[in-house]
Design a protein around this ligand. Structure first.
Ligand code: PEP
Ligand code: MG
Length: 876
């Protein structure tokens, strides 16, 4: 086998080598092949980065040798010498991963300068000011990025000097000032590091490459990777490129350009530049850049060439490009190009336009929009100008997207009352529980101190499309004194708070929100996605309101209706509690009788909202104690209402206490103990279907789902109750209606014995929330507290409750799907855990051939797009 190659000249690569050369490296190679004027250089591969980590954070000598060899070739190409005292070659060193991660990793410019080469540069360019300005920038960047010396220390020295010299701007300092500054910078370096600033360009280079490798694992890069599903094992490449200078005087300049408008998607070039500046000046916003139209006046030839290249690049990549360019003494260079980041609106418009311009097929266009981006189109957002003026007071988990602003409300009841009186409120709780539901509905947004992405607050808020920030441990909330304390400031229920469920940011003031605008492009685009995808998309919806919302977003059925969510409404919670504290079957049946008409009415509403679409309705699932009051006052009230003594009620509540309620008396176990509950719910489900079929003629096939099954016999036991009840109703009503009985696969034992289970189950729905909880063995309500430590220590890269763990939980899902099909070849398979709304998990489900994914209404468009993308990527 030949020796592995770790370093490629730009002329040796092309766009197809993105995995090896990173996005930036592959594009620099491609631009070189297209004869675009690109300063030349070489790319150290992502494999070299992985090797660096495998070898214990060292760059092996064979890689170093290869870097030097390519450097020698670069010297030939440029006619300059690295460290030469005749014509020194200066380079930039930049990161470049497979996926672009703007601003996440580090860059070093002007590398190759030292006390000798800087003098040569000053002479050649006849511009000592430029040479020393470049040098001081290099010292600062190298010290900061490579040696971890705080940037602020250098900035302080610069500010001091400006004050001393009476200079307003950096550009007011002359060559001698900058020379003096360089001395001070080097002295600082020596003081901090106990050694001289490295003079040898080769040492500077290798140390910088190492620093870029290290920056792959800096905290902000790790967080960015987690948010964007970028695996740590990809590594980053490093690009070493000849420097060209935009700060060489008035015929030099630098800028950034987008081939279309990145915020609206409109088809016109959107670019800005600064003359006599280096890239960081444009980005840092120290001087206000000019619009590109000015270049047409100042340098018409360059402007024409610029336009030509932008068009070549957009046509070549068939996508909106984000480019950096530099003009060095009247010569134009392109330093990089990549597919530009864009807002959701822009992404949709560009995708549709590119198809209409004949540049892309619909299949290709479908891949151009990030599914997660669609979220921002479906929720109110903060006015971006207002946002700029405020900084967050704390940050929690972005649990349910959107923006909300209102006065703080510390209890659900109060939130409901104040909202009914016309006030805008944000519900702030330590954590929410099912009894908070009405306050959660009434509030503009929900903020909790505890709980993760699948906590009650997060799941319910997503279901309702309400903005939610969860698990913000920095807040000190006292629900009794009704205060919230953060950063030493105390807020009360008279104060405004604003929360951003898309970023997790919390603001201690009132910020205006704007309603989302859904343009026609959204509809056109989603129609294409629907034509392409093969997997259905259903929704998790518990109320007619949610169901209608989901239908508007394109849901093709209900994959999970959690019947217990209806039990908390004011008009029925008493009957539910009566049922729970009942001493015997007779008392329980009496309470259930009261609930029956209400449940039936719920289902009528849901069937009507869904018309002919299929509905999976799940029998009661949570542990019963969740329905009982917990504080003294409520217990007293309830005892009175039920006509029993407080002691009796307390004894019942105590008896329902469980050490591990999530693994306790819940799911089908309730129906095993109290068959009459399953009987009442089946009656409501079937009677409602009969009624709606009679009234509207919809062809309804109810799907009755039995939760938390782990053993075929327990499924059979509950199924028998369901079937006996359903048959007797249907016989009585003399209506010919089909119905299905199936189960959730959410206990590992159910997955392991799925071939047996499928003998009784006509469908499986993967409840991957519980399946993840029970497979990992950690609580879905508490894991948020310690998962951060796992990310920090690189044990897990992402939250397994948000993104399906394909290597573990996914194996169980696959096994159950296969075993289920062995027994019953036409078994209907779906997923209704939170993962049904996560793009990579949707792709996994598509690849397993599941019939549908089901997710909360506001994620339905996302899942439709993810399913279409999965089909384009992995045709089935
Ligand atoms: C699940 O466990 O994945 C599920 C959908 O059920 P729930 O979240 O209601 O427990
Ligand atoms: Mg479950």
């Amino acid at each position: 086998m030949g020796k592995k190659k770790y370093v490629y000249l730009f002329s040796e690569g092309d766009a197809s080598m993105k995995n090896l050369l990173g996005g930036k490296g592959a594009n620099l190679a491609e631009m070189t092949n297209l004869n675009i004027p690109v300063p030349q250089g070489f790319t150290v591969t992502t494999e070299a980065c992985n090797k660096y980590y495998d070898d214990g954070e060292v760059v092996e000598s064979e890689v170093i040798e290869e870097i030097y060899e390519r450097m020698t070739e670069l010297e030939k190409i440029t006619g300059k010498g690295f460290g030469s005292l005749d014509n020194p070659l200066l380079v930039s060193v930049r990161s470049g991963a497979r996926a672009s991660m703007p601003g996440m990793m580090d860059t070093i410019l002007n590398l190759g300068l030292n006390d000798d080469t800087v003098e040569v540069m000053a002479k050649i360019t006849e511009n000592p000011r430029f040479a020393y300005d470049s040098y001081r920038r290099f010292i600062q960047m190298f010290s900061d990025v490579v040696m971890d010396i705080e940037k602020r220390m250098f900035e302080d020295i610069l500010d001091e000097m400006k004050k001393e010299k009476g200079a307003n701007l950096d550009t007011d300092l002359n060559a001698d000032d900058l020379k003096e500054l360089v001395k001070k910078y080097k002295a600082l370096y020596k003081k901090e590091k106990g050694e001289e600033f490295p003079r040898d360009p080769k040492v500077q280079l290798i140390e910088s490459i190492k620093a870029v490798f290290r920056s792959w694992n800096n905290p902000r890069a790790i967080v960015y990777r987690r948010l964007n599903d970028i695996p740590a094992k990809w590594g980053t490449a490093v690009n070493v490129q000849e420097m060209v200078f935009g700060n060489k005087g008035n015929t030099s300049g630098t800028g950034v350009a987008f081939s279309r408008n990145p915020s609206t998607g409109e088809k016109h070039i959107f670019a800005e530049y600064l003359m006599n500046a280096q890239g960081e000046d444009v980005v840092a916003g120290i001087r206000t850049p000019h619009p590109i139209s000015k270049l047409k006046e100042d340098m018409p030839n360059i402007y024409e060439e610029f336009l030509k290249i932008v068009n070549i690049l957009e046509n070549h990549y068939r996508d909106m490009q984000d480019m950096e360019f530099t003009i060095e003494e009247g010569k134009l260079y392109f330093l990089q190009t990549r597919n530009g980041k864009r807002t959701a609106q822009a992404a949709l418009k560009i995708a549709v336009d590119l198809v209409e311009e004949g540049m892309l097929t619909k299949e290709e266009a479908i891949l151009k929009v990030e599914p997660k981006q669609l979220d921002s189109l479906l929720h109110p957002a903060f006015d971006s100008n207002a946002l700029k003026e405020n900084s967050p007071i704390a940050k929690g988990l972005p649990a349910s997207p959107g923006a909300a602003c209102g006065k703080i409300s510390f209890t659900a009841n109060e939130a409901k009352e104040r909202a009914e009186a016309g006030e805008r409120v944000v519900l702030v709780r330590l954590e929410t529980s099912p009894e908070d539901i009405e306050g959660m509905i009434a509030a503009e947004g929900i903020l909790t101190v505890r709980g993760g992405m699948t906590s009650h607050a997060a799941v319910v808020a997503r279901g309702m499309g309400t903005c939610c920030v969860a698990g913000c441990g920095d807040l000190k909330v006292n629900e009794i004194s009704k205060t919230l304390e953060v950063q030493g400031k105390v807020y009360t229920d008279k104060d405004y708070i604003s929360i951003d469920g898309s970023t997790g940011n919390i603001y201690g003031c009132e910020i205006n929100t704007v309603e989302p605008e859904i343009s026609g492009y959204f509809e056109i685009f989603m129609k294409w996605a629907d034509e392409i995808r093969t997997m259905k998309v259903r929704t998790n919806a518990d109320t007619p309101r949610d169901a209608s919302q989901a239908v508007k977003f394109g849901a093709e059925g209900i994959g999970l209706c959690r019947t217990e969510h209806m039990f908390f409404a004011e008009d029925r919670i008493l009957a539910v509690r009566e049922m729970i504290v009942a001493k015997n079957e007779e008392q329980r049946r009496k309470a259930l009788e009261k609930l029956l008409p209400m449940q039936r009415e719920d289902f009528v509403g849901i069937y009507e909202a869904m018309e002919h679409r299929p509905c999976t309705i799940r029998l009661l699932d949570p542990p019963l104690h969740e329905f009982l009051p917990h504080n003294e006052e409520d217990v007293l009230g309830l005892a009175k209402e039920l006509g029993i003594t407080v002691e009796e009620l307390k004894a019942t509540i105590d008896s329902l206490h469980e050490f591990n309620p999530m693994m306790g008396h819940r799911g089908c176990r309730l129906a095993v103990s109290y068959p009459e509950i399953a009987e009442m719910q089946t009656r409501a489900i079937i009677e409602a279907a009969v009624e709606v079929k009679k009234n509207h003629g919809y062809d309804i096939v109810p799907e009755i789902m039995i939760p938390l099954v782990g053993e075929i016999k327990e499924l059979k036991f509950v199924k028998d109750i369901v079937v006996t009840t359903a048959e007797s109703i249907l016989k009585e009503s003399s209506i010919d209606m089909k119905y299905l009985v199936g189960t959730m696969i959410e206990v590992p034992r159910a997955a392991l014995t799925a071939d047996e289970i499928a003998k009784e189950a006509e469908f499986f729905s993967f409840g991957t929330n519980d399946l993840t909880q029970m497979t990992f063995g950690f609580s879905r309500d508490d894991a948020g507290k310690f998962l951060k430590d796992y990310y920090d220590r690189k044990i897990y890269e992402s939250d397994p409750f948000a993104k399906l763990d394909q290597d573990g939980v996914g194996i169980l899902v696959r096994m159950a799907a296969e075993k289920g099909r062995q027994t019953r070849s036409d078994i209907k398979l779906g997923i209704c855990g939170e993962h049904g709304g996560d793009p990579s998990s949707v792709e996994f489900c598509h690849n397993l051939g599941l019939n549908y994914v089901s997710c909360s209404p506001f994620r339905v468009p996302l899942a439709r797009l993810a399913a279409a993308q999965a089909q384009v990527k992995n045709k089935r």
